[in-house]
Design a protein around this ligand. Structure first.
Ligand SMILES: [Zn+2]
Length: 74
């Protein structure tokens, strides 16, 4: 079973663009980490390596029709 670690609430991160879940950190082999959706591994996840919340955020922000950034509420 994959082990998930919660991301501290003080850390800014977008919710999963598909289902709106707050991402978690999965501990991968070789002391590496993946930032991913806790519900579905088919939703976006970062490459295994350092905890890359920036990469997660780049791939999960939502654009509305006015081309403004919109944060998905928790
Ligand atoms: Zn998701």
């Amino acid at each position: 079973m994959a082990q998930f670690v919660k991301i501290q609430l003080s850390v800014f991160c977008y919710n999963c663009i598909v289902c709106g879940s707050r991402p978690v950190i999965e501990q991968a082999k070789g002391s590496k980490f993946i930032v991913r959706c806790p519900k579905n591994s088919a939703h976006y996840q970062t490459q295994s390596g350092l905890v890359d919340i920036d990469d997660w955020n780049k791939n999960n922000w939502v654009q509305d029709s006015d081309d403004k950034l919109k944060v998905v509420a928790n």
